[in-house]
Design a protein around this ligand. Sequence first.
Ligand SMILES: C[S@@+](CC[C@H](N)C(=O)[O-])C[C@H]1O[C@@H](n2cnc3c(N)ncnc32)[C@H](O)[C@@H]1O
Length: 225
Amino acid sequence: MPKLMERVSYQFIQEDDDFTRKEYYETCGFHLEIGVNPLSDLGFGTTVWEAALALCQYFEKEKIRFWNKKVIELGAGTGLLSILTALLGGDVTITDKPELLKQIERNVSFNLSPSFKHHVKIRALSWGCDHILFPSDYDYILGSDILCFPENIPLILDTLLHLSNENTIIYFGSNMSYGRPLISNGYVILSQYFETELVCRYKASDVNIYRMTRKTPTAGGLLQW
Ligand SMILES: C[S@@+](CC[C@H](N)C(=O)[O-])C[C@H]1O[C@@H](n2cnc3c(N)ncnc32)[C@H](O)[C@@H]1O
């Protein structure tokens, strides 16, 4: 049974406006240093969630690489998954709500040398609002543990429909234990518009990885949700 990767170590830090702890991860041959702040009032994005670890581990297992691919991550939180994706060759747009961008910038600077930074953009993208400011030609869209709340599902659906085209591959990871019926229902809704395949499951942690691609519109147009 595949087990989820764990952080290698951590270190408490003091007198830092953004972070209370640095966590260290080994994945795909890279050593990653991620600042987190579980006590922050900035919401859920200030720690690393298990689905982000699961997607990193899945990319390692499947030897997925992103050379010259245009990638966007939704609700990136600390930025761990996007940072790995950039190291794996992607041109990555890292997005979250505006208040999360400073911690993402700092985590990017901990891990990517200045010569690498032109492969990364950090932008505010609130689902269902700002997505129209972004293009629709991404090769990959990533999301980890972002389907937890039912009110976000139509916003995420609108965002995915705008950002994707028939060639886009979407990888989403979800810890199902955060609300199995609601999260499963989210994937049922997305599966009306996207071919949705469960490609990996980390059973001990109850984390699923899904791969999605756009369904071809039927003669009658897209299904309604
Ligand atoms: C559970 S956290 C997951 C963070 C990160 N993806 C991970 O797995 O470590 C959910 C993330 O979605 C972001 N988020 C929540 N609602 C959002 C919205 N309406 N638009 C954009 N991002 C949102 C939060 O700021 C947070 O970073």
